[in-house]
Design a protein around this ligand. Structure first.
Ligand code: FEO
Length: 398
C-alpha cells in the first residue's frame, strides 16, 4: 500500500478500513463500513499502538514495515484486547518476535487467554506510569470498562496526543480523509452515537469516570481505534461522549412499533402525526420488525420521548419489541418520558406487557394513560391518542 499517513511528527496512522463486512460483532450493521485504527510512534524506540482485526487488510504489515524503514519494533501497546484490535497481534509477533507487549494486569490476563503461546516479553503498567521513548513520553491511564475491563488510554505528553481505544470511536470507514480537518467530521455523529448506544452505553458511568480522569490531561489530539482522528477539534467527540454518558437527551420523540397485521402500526402513525400537531419538531417512527435494533437504539438514546406500541404474541410481548425492551433494560436507558399503546385482538397482553416493562424500569417515566385499541378501528381511540400526544409533547419540553 503506497500511503502512510502522518498524524504528527514521527507518529503515523496505520488503520485498516473494513468495507466488506455487513455487520460488526456479527450483530451491528455496517452500511458505511468500519475503520480499525492502529498507530505507530517512531522515536528512539518504536511503538505500535494496538493492532487491527485483519492484519492482511490494506497491507497492514507491509505499511508497518515501510514506516519502520528497517528499524526494529520495540513495543506493542495494547489499549484494548477485543479481537477487532488484538486480531493482528499474532501476525505482528511473527514479524517482530523481539517486541515487548505493554499492557496492564488485566490486559495480560486476557491476552494469555487468546494467545497460542504466552508472549516472551510483557511489560505491565499501572495507572499513571510513563514510558520514555526518546523525544516522546507515553503516559498510561487505566480507564477500565470502556467497555472491557482492561481498557486503557495512552497519552503522548509532548504533543498532547491521546490514543483513546474505543472511546470517541465511531462506525464508518475513512474515505481517504483520516483527520477531522480533512472532512466534515460532524457527518460521523450519527454513526458515533449508534456505536455508543450499541456498544458503550451500558458502561456510561465508567465513561464519565474516565472523562473525569482526563480532566487535567492537556489533550490536543484524539486518535481512537475507530473513526476519524481528531486533531482540529478533539473537544467535539469528548463533548458528545459526555452528553451521551450523562443520558442528556434532545427534544424529540421516537415512536417504536411492533405490529403484526398493521393495526398497532396505524395507531403509531396517528400518534406520530398527533405529536407533530402538538408541536414536536422531531419525531421518528421505527417499525421494530423492519428497522434494525441498532438504529432504534441510536434514536432512543438521542431523544427524550419514547412511545412504545406493541401487540401481544401468544400473550407474551411481541418478540421484536421484547428484544428492544430487553436491550433498553440492559444498557440502562434512564430519564426518559415513555408512553404506551397497542392493539388487542383477544388477550389485552400488548399494553399489559409494556406496562410490566415500565414497572421493572423505574428510571423511565410513564406519560399519560396507555391506549389500547380493541380490533382495528383507530377512530375509536383517536381522541385518547391525541391526548397522549399532547401529554408527551408537554413532558419532553421540561
Ligand atoms: Fe473496537 Fe471494543 O473493540
Amino acid at each position: 500500500m503506497g500511503y502512510n499517513v502522518q498524524v504528527t511528527d514521527g507518529i503515523y496512522w496505520l488503520g485498516v478500513n473494513d468495507r466488506r463486512s455487513f455487520i460488526f460483532e456479527r450483530q451491528w450493521p455496517l452500511p458505511k463500513g468500519m475503520a480499525h485504527n492502529s498507530y505507530l510512534v517512531v522515536d528512539d524506540k518504536c511503538v505500535l499502538m494496538d493492532t487491527v482485526e485483519n492484519a492482511e487488510g490494506m497491507d497492514y504489515l507491509g505499511r508497518l514495515k515501510g514506516v519502520l524503514g528497517g528499524r526494529k519494533l520495540d513495543y506493542l501497546v495494547i489499549n484494548h484486547m477485543e479481537p477487532d484490535h488484538s486480531g493482528g497481534i499474532d501476525a505482528v509477533l511473527r514479524a517482530y518476535p523481539e517486541v515487548t507487549i505493554v499492557g496492564n494486569k488485566k490486559t495480560r490476563e486476557i491476552l494469555y487467554r487468546y494467545m497460542a503461546e504466552e508472549p516472551e516479553r510483557f511489560m505491565e503498567v499501572a495507572d499513571g506510569d510513563a514510558l520514555k521513548l526518546g523525544k516522546y513520553t507515553l503516559r498510561f491511564y487505566l480507564t477500565p470498562w470502556l467497555h472491557w475491563p482492561e481498557t486503557m488510554m495512552t497519552f503522548v505528553e509532548e504533543v498532547g496526543l491521546l490514543f483513546s481505544g474505543d472511546a470517541f470511536g465511531s462506525y464508518g470507514a475513512l474515505d481517504g480523509a483520516v483527520f477531522d480537518d480533512e472532512m466534515d467530521a460532524t457527518a460521523y455523529e450519527g454513526e458515533m452515537l449508534r456505536y455508543y448506544s450499541n456498544i458503550v452505553a451500558k458502561y456510561s458511568k465508567q465513561v464519565l469516570k474516565a472523562l473525569d480522569k482526563l480532566q487535567g490531561v492537556p489533550v490536543k489530539m484524539i486518535a481512537a481505534t475507530h473513526g476519524p482522528v481528531w486533531r482540529k477539534d478533539p473537544g467535539w467527540p469528548v463533548e458528545r461522549f459526555r452528553r451521551w454518558a450523562s443520558q442528556e437527551s434532545e427534544e424529540g420523540v421516537v415512536v417504536a412499533v411492533g405490529s403484526m397485521y398493521g393495526a398497532t402500526l396505524t395507531m403509531g402513525e396517528l400518534l406520530a402525526r398527533a405529536l407533530v400537531e402538538s408541536g414536536v419538531k422531531k419525531v421518528i417512527l421505527h417499525d421494530v420488525t423492519k428497522s434494525h435494533l441498532s438504529f432504534v437504539l441510536r434514536d432512543v438514546w438521542r431523544y427524550r420521548g419514547l412511545c412504545l406500541g406493541a401487540v401481544a404474541y401468544n400473550t407474551e410481548m411481541f418478540p421484536p419489541m421484547a428484544q428492544l425492551c430487553d436491550k433498553l433494560r440492559h444498557i440502562g436507558l434512564a430519564d426518559r418520558d415513555v408512553a404506551l399503546f397497542g392493539g388487542c385482538s383477544w388477550s389485552g397482553g400488548g399494553v399489559n406487557n409494556l406496562k410490566r416493562f415500565l414497572e421493572d424500569n423505574k428510571n423511565l417515566r410513564l406519560v399519560g394513560d396507555p391506549v389500547e385499541m380493541k380490533g382495528r378501528d383507530v377512530n375509536v381511540v383517536e381522541n385518547d391518542i391525541r391526548i397522549l400526544a399532547k401529554k408527551m409533547a408537554e413532558a419532553i419540553k421540561r
